[in-house]
Design a protein. Structure first.
Length: 515
């Protein structure tokens, strides 16, 4: 089937050809005929399946069939980026039709948006919060709205827009066509549908199931090792552009700074950035100027970016649906992609729910760093074994040396036992002589101490010359007396050596000492 089979207006057909639309996706093929029949519709399909074209194309056709000076269509979107993308698609597809649109989102010029609304555009594409702000200032006439579209309704619910959406819907005429598109169908969305829709038709296309063209991988990793793992994944895999999803705005900023610091050309986008910064970051990423963008879930829904070949979940999403939306940024249409998820200890419960839903499609990978660590451990063990062997050999050699020493000591003891009686008597005499030397030395030391402790002279009437002379002579004597015994023994041995007939043995030492 092709778009020519729908018999669209020639101006719309030109827009389809210009934008490369040839064959409808499954959601488009089923939704467009229902919308053309003016029935309410609930379309449930995963992200990246062409939901935007499924409602934009038939609405353009209906407006061409019934032109009016009033706004006929209102499209509500959860994020600015998605609202901008829808508005851009309306402009591209309706370029030859003359249909006008206004993009009413936060962060953009409020006065320009107000002027566009007053001018009576055909289609308003808005985020709920900014449209409520405009309704407070302007006397907006929404009584001519014929088509209401709630795009990514589950995401609007998650972001807390349900009260604003309800307030806006109450301002619209009851006779209208309501189209609700969502990737999931929680209970609140069903209640909203039952409250504001009339017998809606339902379409479900592979709800909550990732595309089979996406290779899914998971890594169990410590939080502190995630940055190294990002660099490892970017180095090992083949990719053109990469989106890294973080759980928080602060984490997004920090990761971008770390990547840039490590030489990776990266940008970032999240809800706290002003609109100009968000537009620039998204434009640089789409154009390929910046190949890596770090983002919160603001980029997880509906944003159509070509050639996103790699998705990295730096933080595991809390809900399975968010995981499906994130990895749905790649592997779109007939293309393939890779989705990598980092799992730390806190993420294991949420990740197990993802594993239960995805099944065998998600492959658990082993880090190369862990392999290196194991090899290092094994090498350390071998080193330890070698060192233990060396220590054993050393201890063995030491033991052998000890044995040899013990043997030599035994031999010495044997030699001592073989001494004659004369030798033993001579040795005993030497010991007695050494004891007598010690006694003499101790006696001299006592004399020196007594002389040092004598009181100084009490005569004060003597001249300075005599006192100086006495002091010099006494200092000489004290210096002689204060010589240590070891030094005196050295001097005695020198005198003995320098003597004409030096004495030998111990008695020679004693004689030289008293000479």
């Amino acid at each position: 089937m092709t778009f020519n089979d729908f018999s669209f207006h020639e101006a719309l057909q030109s827009g389809l050809r210009d934008t490369g639309y040839s064959e409808p996706t499954p959601i488009q093929e089923q939704a467009i005929p229902i919308i053309l029949e003016q029935k309410d519709l609930i379309g449930a399909a995963q992200t990246g399946t062409g939901k935007t074209g499924a409602f934009v194309i038939p609405i353009l056709q209906k407006i061409l069939e019934n032109k009016s000076d009033h706004t006929q269509a209102l499209i509500l979107s959860p994020t600015r980026e998605l609202a901008q993308q829808i508005d851009e698609q309306i402009f591209a597809l309706g370029y030859h039709t003359g249909i006008s649109s206004a993009n009413v989102i936060g962060g953009a010029n409020f006065a320009q948006q107000a002027n566009a609304i007053r001018g009576g555009v055909d289609i308003i594409v808005a985020t709920p919060g900014r449209l409520i702000d405009q309704m407070k200032v302007l006397d907006m006439d929404l009584s001519h709205i014929k088509y209401l579209v709630l795009d990514e309704a589950d995401r609007m619910l998650d972001m807390g827009f349900l009260p604003d959406v309800t307030k806006i819907i109450k301002q619209l005429p009851q006779e209208r066509q309501t189209l609700l598109f969502s990737a999931t169908m929680p209970g609140e969305i069903k209640k909203l549908a039952n409250q504001f829709m009339k017998n809606p038709e339902k379409i479900e296309i592979e709800i909550e199931k990732p595309s089979g063209s996406i290779t899914q991988k998971g890594y169990f990793v410590d939080q502190r090792q995630k940055l190294k793992l990002v660099q490892q994944v970017l180095d090992e895999l083949e990719w053109e552009s990469c989106i890294i999803f973080c759980a928080t705005k602060r984490g997004t900023d920090q990761l971008e700074q770390l990547l840039v610091k490590n030489g990776i050309n990266a940008g970032s986008i999240h809800g706290d950035r002003d609109q100009d910064e968000r537009n620039k970051a998204l434009h640089d990423f789409k154009s390929g100027k910046v190949p890596v963008i770090v983002a919160t879930d603001v980029l997880a829904r509906g944003i159509d970016i070509d050639n996103v070949s790699l998705i990295i979940n730096y933080d595991v999403p809390r809900q399975v649906e968010d995981y499906v939306h994130r990895i749905g940024r790649t592997g779109r249409y007939d293309k393939t992609g890779i989705a990598v998820t980092f799992v730390n200890k806190k993420d294991k419960r949420a990740f197990s729910a993802i594993q239960d839903k995805v099944g065998d499609q998600l492959e658990i990978m082993e880090q190369q760093s862990s392999r290196k660590k194991s090899s290092r451990k094994s090498s350390r063990k071998s080193d330890d074994n070698q060192s233990s062997k060396k220590s054993d050999s050393k201890s063995a050699s030491n033991n052998s040396n000890k044995n040899e020493d013990s043997k030599s000591s035994d031999n010495n003891s044997v030699r001592k036992k073989k001494l004659s009686d004369k030798e033993i008597q001579a040795a005993n005499k030497r010991v007695e002589n050494l004891k007598s030397v010690k006694v003499v030395l101790k006696h001299n030391l006592k004399k020196d101490k007594k002389q040092d402790n004598k009181p100084a002279s009490k005569d004060k009437g003597k001249s300075s010359k005599s006192s100086s002379g006495k002091s010099s002579s006494s200092s000489k004597k004290s210096s002689r007396k204060n010589v240590m015994p070891a030094e005196r023994i050295k001097k005695a041995t020198k005198r003995n050596q320098n003597a004409p007939k030096p004495a030998k043995g111990l008695w020679g030492l004693i004689k030289s000492f008293f000479s």
